[in-house]
Design a protein around this ligand. Structure first.
Ligand code: HPA
Ligand code: ZN
Length: 336
């Protein structure tokens, strides 16, 4: 299996319906149904907000360090089986602190899961603290302050949740503080918001990666900027289809246009429990819809490591591994 880095997934979005039921029972929290299939049948969305409503409702079942451990451990086990060798996971800390959960419970549970998953399967994991943009910049600043005692438990900051009406520029001060702390910076932009949000994320927040970025393709000057500065775009095909931020048919997805523009794109799952699959499912769906060949799949995998925050020597080692894998596949084809 092709090794990949998963750089755009929300830990809270990996809460499978079965785990939702288990944790609801463990914590005595009521659910509309205790049948995972009935719960899953609700996963039909009109847009980002209709998804977020369900996502925030369900996360109420995750309360203790043990719950966070179980959630992260389950994701890392599944991701490892999908070929993920590096996972940079968004954690929406505010969706927990708003419910009275202590940051320590979140960070302790997730950090322990990362350590155990790493010793079990060799997967490397990291956390990106993601601010909920619809709660505004003061809440983001307070969240960074609450998280800094756990500075060793996360590597960067991100920006997610409802996009339109909450432009990146609102968060300039908190991103400046994050940069001063030596944290990496990424932001969701151009998912529902326009190219202007992507410009702001780059120019005002100084982000190193754009999450989604699909609508950047509407602005040729922005496309040139992304290409020239090798700014990664983390693209999530099944999410785009589920949230109607992309075409209903993946055969019409924007990915080929991004590749044709020589952008540094890679494929990720976003919220795998809600959108129909993990990173392997996303790669298979887009491969089948667009008839991508092995060389293109290998390039997407190389891009994922090139876009990661792994130390340079580990990035190069993973890319070399893909080169060997791609070479072996080619010679197998020749023999076959
Ligand atoms: N977009 C914005 N915020 C999110 C998403 C998303 O796809 N998933 C979880 N939070
Ligand atoms: Zn996302």
């Amino acid at each position: 299996m092709l090794p990949v880095a998963e750089l755009h997934m929300h830990l809270e979005g990996s809460l499978e319906a079965e785990t939702l039921v288990t944790l609801a029972q463990r914590n005595r929290i009521s659910l509309p149904s205790y049948d995972p299939d009935v719960l899953r049948a609700r996963y039909v969305f009109d847009d980002l907000q209709s998804f977020l409503d369900v996502y925030y409702e369900h996360i109420a079942v995750v309360r203790t360090a043990e719950d966070f451990y179980d959630l992260a451990r389950a994701y890392l086990t599944r991701a490892s089986a999908a070929g993920v060798r590096r996972a940079e996971m968004f954690v929406d800390l505010q969706s927990h602190t708003q419910r009275g959960i202590a940051p320590a419970a979140v960070f302790e549970g997730v950090s322990a899961a990362i350590a155990d998953a790493e010793s079990e399967s060799g997967i490397s994991g990291a956390v990106i603290l993601s601010f909920l943009r619809d709660l505004g910049p003061e809440a983001a600043a307070a969240t960074l302050s609450a998280a800094l005692p756990f500075r060793d438990s996360f590597i960067g900051v991100g920006l997610d949740s409802a996009e339109v009406g909450y432009p990146p520029s609102l968060f300039e001060a908190v991103y400046r503080r994050a940069a001063a702390e030596g944290l990496h910076r990424v932001a969701h932009a151009g998912e529902e918001g326009g190219p202007d949000y992507v410009w702001e994320a780059l120019d005002v927040l100084g982000v190193e990666r754009i999450d989604h970025g699909n609508r950047a393709m509407e602005d040729p000057a922005l496309v040139a900027r992304l290409r020239d500065d090798r700014i990664p775009l983390t693209v999530c095909p099944l999410s785009n289809r589920a949230l109607k931020t992309g075409p209903a048919d993946l055969a019409d997805h924007i990915l080929p246009a991004m590749l044709a523009e020589d952008l540094l794109v890679s494929i990720h799952s976003d919220d795998p429990a809600y959108f129909g699959g993990y990173v392997d499912d996303n790669i298979a769906a887009i491969r089948d819809a667009l008839a991508l060949d092995d060389a293109q799949l290998a390039q997407l995998a190389r891009n994922s490591f090139a876009s990661s925050f792994l130390p340079e020597e580990q990035r190069s080692a993973r890319i070399a591994e893909i080169d060997r894998f791609a070479g072996a596949t080619e010679s197998a084809d020749v023999r076959g």
